[in-house]
Design a protein around this ligand. Structure first.
Ligand SMILES: NC(=O)c1ccc[n+]([C@@H]2O[C@H](COP(=O)([O-])OP(=O)(O)OC[C@H]3O[C@@H](n4cnc5c(N)ncnc54)[C@H](O)[C@@H]3O)[C@@H](O)[C@H]2O)c1
Length: 360
């Protein structure tokens, strides 16, 4: 059973996709990381298309090892005949014997606190996972698209003259820095995707998401918006790391999933695309104020030193240049930050996980 906000959001993804959605009719899609935040929406959107417009269903194979992912009652696909949920680690080859048309490699350790805790698993999911799934793609003669989930983190801490950051910026990243397990393994995953296109003609596409958020993010995910929401809903001061002047842009889930599908369907093979919202760059101090004000319970923020659990060296600015996605894919992010956060907070307010149980 979907919850109302989630159901509306999934329907809106299908609407944004329009005719492009037909590409998935009667096809088989394998997604790794299907139990994660983005994966749950990708599976949900394909199920919604099956329920509403497809006459031949899309089969979905959702793979996850649940290292950080978890089931949530608002995204329950158990019992649907077209969905196969598989517990497996993509760092090892998958014994899949059916024909696959699309492969989406979204497994990974996306939250900085978790990639600091699991650095080797982070590398293995990005690099061995990509290699195994690319090999699986190579064995599938009817493969129409392969999507590798990279990250805006591959740009490191960009030079101020390269913000907003275009895909042509090569990044400013350390191979031995505190974030290297994530950004370097995503970079190598991209390299593999490009090599498999050049050497074997695989239709590989790369997406670099910029801070996606929305309902379904777990209360203990440790990324910034679920953390702020949890604190506000439990009437605790919002902890803001450092001086709070570091900026991010935030892309609401419906816009982002539309963008990811567009990269998979319409992106040029061997190319990388930024997907994000280029209109709302905001400092963490201002974001904390916005989240606090939306709930209207007077929550304040406090500046705190970076905790030990958080990897040092976070980028000072992050804002995408999305001209390439606009031009090649017709992508735009349409949801304002305020509207997206309001929907997210309403959802969190109804989710028992976000009620203070001392489990954060
Ligand atoms: N959400 C964002 O804003 C964002 C930004 C940049 C990049 N990304 C990338 O997009 C992908 C999805 O992000 P998300 O927000 O859904 O993250 P998430 O952490 O919510 O989900 C990732 C899922 O991958 C699973 N996983 C990890 N390693 C695995 C393995 N070896 N085998 C099988 N499953 C494994 C986890 O259990 C989890 O369910 C990730 O690769 C992430 O790095 C996301």
């Amino acid at each position: 059973m979907y919850e109302e906000i989630v159901r509306e959001d999934i329907a809106s993804i299908a609407e944004k996709l329009g005719e492009e959605a037909k590409n998935f009719e009667g096809k088989t899609v394998l997604i790794s990381g299907g139990g994660g935040f983005l994966g749950k929406y990708i599976v949900g959107a394909l199920c919604h298309l099956n329920d509403t417009i497809f006459s031949r269903p899309c089969r979905v194979i959702s793979v996850d090892n649940y290292i950080t992912g978890q089931h949530h009652p608002h995204f329950n696909y158990r019992g649907r005949p077209e969905v196969l949920e598989v517990w497996a680690d993509v760092a090892h080859p998958l014994p899949v014997r059916e024909d696959i048309n699309y492969i989406i490699h979204a497994a990974g350790l996306a939250s900085p606190v978790y990639y600091k805790k699991y650095p080797l698993e982070t590398i293995e999911s990005a690099v061995s996972g990509a290699k195994n799934l690319l090999e699986l793609g190579r064995r599938n003669k009817n493969l129409e698209g392969f999507l590798f989930f990279s990250s805006s983190e591959i740009y490191g801490d960009p030079d101020p003259t390269a913000v907003p950051t275009p895909e042509t910026y090569h990044g400013f990243v350390s191979s031995v820095g505190p974030r290297a397990c994530y950004d370097e393994s995503k970079r190598l995953g991209e390299t593999l995707a490009v090599i498999y296109h050049e050497q074997f003609g695989l239709p590989t596409k790369i997406v670099r998401p910029f801070n996606v958020f929305g309902p379904g993010m777990s209360h203990n995910d440790r990324r910034v918006l679920p953390m702020f929401a949890y604190m506000v809903l439990n009437k605790k001061p919002i902890p803001v790391h450092g001086d709070g002047l570091q900026t991010r842009t935030f892309c609401y889930i419906t816009d982002a999933i539309d963008g990811f599908f567009r990269v998979l369907i319409k992106g040029k093979p061997g190319h990388a695309y930024n997907i994000g919202n280029d209109t709302n760059e905001i400092s963490m101090k201002d974001l904390a104020e916005l989240v606090g004000s939306l709930k209207g319970n007077g929550a304040s923020y406090e500046l705190i030193p970076y905790p030990n659990s958080y990897p040092a060296g976070e980028p000072m600015r992050r804002c995408p240049d999305i001209s390439k996605a606009k031009e090649h894919l017709g992508f735009t992010a349409q949801t304002s930050l305020k509207k997206g956060i309001s929907r997210f907070m309403s959802w969190c307010g109804n989710d028992p996980q976000y009620k203070d149980g001392g489990v954060f």
